[in-house]
Design a protein. Structure first.
Length: 317
């Protein structure tokens, strides 16, 4: 059933009638003249006909006044909406944007793509499936910073992932700083579950803190850290090669914090990981329903505008 957001505006509805009554009282106090009865009867009949014509011309402004007050009162209709899922989880996605992410050793639809493009394709889809979580995005290279703050707008996070650019935060890899800045924000979080998903394709070579020490801090705070080691080669198999992923460190970080480490060598591996994370950190199926109103003020406002145009047209004519 329709309702009004500001019904007090309707109290102004009698104002034009009150003003007209006061004006007529003031006019009635003017001078009078005595005339014969026959002349008076004729004048009264003409005045009556004129009053009818005047009333027919004046009803439109009163109608416009009523329609404007109706629009200002904010008529609206409550629309049924499904309950919004709320998981009670704060989740940080930490994405490596170091220089090595430019390597094109992944493939999508039989097309060679860079590591970053593979992450953007799969990671944005993962973010969009986090409805009910409060999600934030941290990007890191030499420095680490929040690209998006905590929000239930997972579409905004997904778009931020799709728009990430290599080198925007420096071309080195500061894994410890990325986790540290995520923990700093999670420290004041009141969520029941706090999770960090950290993806890197390199080894920690920037920042003053040891990644394992930061992972211990996460464990003390009750924050789970899932790590994704991305790249076909790692330090253990190619210790002399630059830009290979430090699987041992990422595994230690996840173990220390009670999370899981995932090894990713292909795009298919990355898709499997995101599916596994969906199961590990499942979203809630129900939550609080939101009150969403359909605003109806535009209809009386439109009729009032139409009436004003009609009055202007009559006067011009």
């Amino acid at each position: 059933m329709p309702e009004f957001a500001a019904p007090l505006f309707l109290l102004l509805l009698p104002l034009p009638f009150l003003w007209r009554w006061i004006s007529q009282r003031a006019e009635a106090q003017g001078a009078a003249i005595l005339v014969p009865d026959a002349v008076g009867d004729r004048l009264r009949s003409r005045a009556g006909a004129g009053a009818v014509a005047m009333a027919s011309r004046n009803w439109m402004p009163f109608m416009i006044w009523a329609l404007l007050l109706l629009a200002l009162s904010g008529p609206r209709q409550l629309e049924p909406t499904p309950a919004l899922p709320v998981s009670g989880r704060d989740l940080v996605i930490a994405l490596d944007l170091s220089g090595s992410m430019v390597r094109d050793d992944f493939s999508i639809d039989d097309r060679k793509v860079s590591r970053l493009e593979a992450v953007q394709t799969v990671g944005s889809a993962f973010a969009r499936r986090r409805g009910g979580d409060r999600v934030a995005l941290v990007v890191f290279g030499t420095e680490a910073y929040f690209a998006t703050p905590f929000t239930f707008d997972v579409e905004a996070v997904a778009q931020a992932i799709e728009g990430a650019t290599i080198g925007i935060s420096g071309r080195a890899t500061s894994i410890s700083d990325a986790l540290g800045i995520a923990l700093k924000r999670l420290e004041v979080s009141e969520a029941k579950s706090r999770v960090v998903i950290l993806l890197s394709d390199g080894a920690n070579n920037a920042g003053a803190t040891n990644p394992r020490a930061v992972a211990r801090l996460a464990a003390d705070m009750g924050v789970r850290v899932h790590t994704i080691a991305m790249g076909p080669k790692d330090l253990a198999s190619a210790p002399e090669e630059r830009g290979v992923v430090d699987v041992a460190t990422l595994e230690a970080m996840s173990d220390l914090s009670g999370g899981t480490m995932f090894r990713v060598k292909t795009t298919q591996d990355l898709e499997t990981v995101t599916a596994a994370l969906d199961e590990l950190e499942a979203t809630a199926a129900k939550g609080l329903a939101a009150e969403v109103y359909a605003e109806l003020w535009v209809y009386p406002a439109g009729l009032a505008l139409l009436g004003a145009v009609l009055i202007g047209w009559r006067r011009d004519g």
